[in-house]
Design a protein around this ligand. Structure first.
Ligand SMILES: Nc1nc2c(c(=O)[nH]1)N[C@@H](CN(C=O)c1ccc(C(=O)N[C@@H](CCC(=O)O)C(=O)O)cc1)CN2
Length: 287
């Protein structure tokens, strides 16, 4: 068996085309250009690439983006005061603080300082709480990207057993919640570093989602033949960019598989655009 590739790059392009039309219509109706403020602290090369790509995506669909690049030595209070300014700036609809932040910065405090109505990453505790209660304003970008990738490829989720490997605040935890909600209706198992007999559990998955940041961790023997395998990992190795799944081996067993690069990553970026447009819509309804 050779798995069918779930092409995130192509799908992201298609969604950006749809979004560009929606942004044009919104701007014509409201005379407002949706605007994203991107905050980049320090000089992490990967973060630099991600923010550049996010800004390029914004430009492609007609969203304005403003970059606030701060030196690595920026203090907690300097960063908090920039966020406070962005919170009350009526020209800014979405605020993105690129992670990871330098070690001396308290990330939780920074994310909590972002106004929930401008929190286009959906990391603020209020937005996490809303997600858990099934009444989200914004959906977190990577989990939303995973769900959209499955839906738009006509992969059924309801009633399926989804095994999520990795319990991060950004991916594993929110994704498990989204998939178990009414409407998605999956049965979800959330695995982590202390899970016993992991291969036995992953082999039960109809859909296996992996987000642990360990290159080629998921091997062919951990996958049920015909399963859908979604690789959220992005690991920079001597052999280049690889996911958490041993792609060559697992694609011989799985029914569907996402590549790295070109799988979930491009959809993460597209979901940020969707949230920024949605933040601008909410703001224009209140003004
Ligand atoms: N504020 C945030 N910080 C971080 C997030 C996030 O969602 N919000 N997630 C990750 C990084 N990330 C988004 O910022 C991200 C990572 C990778 C990609 C992507 O498009 N990957 C490409 C490969 C790109 C490359 O060459 O490195 C792919 O998979 O095809 C998009 C977004 C941590 N920080």
């Amino acid at each position: 068996m050779t798995a069918q590739i779930l092409d995130g790059k192509k799908l992201a392009k298609q969604i950006r085309t749809e979004l560009a039309e929606q942004v044009t219509r919104f701007a014509a109706e409201t005379k407002v250009t949706p605007t994203l403020a991107a905050v980049l602290v320090g000089d992490d090369p990967a973060s630099d690439v991600y923010v550049r790509n996010k800004r390029r995506d914004c430009a492609e669909v007609g969203i304005e983006s403003i970059l606030h690049r701060l030196p690595a030595e920026t203090s907690q209070s300097e960063l908090l005061s920039l966020i406070a300014k962005l919170n009350i700036d009526s020209q800014v609809h979405g605020i993105l603080v690129q992670l990871p932040l330098p070690k001396h910065i308290n990330t939780e405090q920074v994310l909590e300082a972002i106004a929930p109505t401008k929190d286009v990453d959906a990391f603020h505790p209020e937005n996490v709480g809303r997600l858990v209660q099934g009444r989200p304003v914004f959906l977190p970008c990577t989990p939303h990207g995973v769900v959209e990738l499955l839906k738009r490829n006509n992969i059924p989720i309801a009633g399926k057993h989804v095994v999520v490997v990795g319990r991060s605040d950004i991916v594993g935890k929110p994704l498990s919640i989204m998939l178990a909600q009414k409407g998605a209706d999956a049965t979800v198992t959330l695995c982590h570093s202390r899970t016993q007999n992991l291969p036995e559990v992953t082999r039960l998955a109809d859909i296996l989602v992996v987000a642990i940041g360990k290159p080629n961790f998921i091997t062919a023997d951990m996958v049920r033949p015909g399963a859908v395998v979604v690789d959220v990992g992005i690991n920079r190795t001597d052999a280049g960019l690889v996911g958490d799944v041993d792609f060559d081996a697992v694609s011989k067993v799985a029914g569907h598989i996402t590549p790295v690069p070109g799988g979930v990553g491009p959809l993460t970026r597209v979901m940020l655009l969707i949230n920024t447009l949605s933040a601008a819509r909410v703001s224009s309804q209140h003004n």
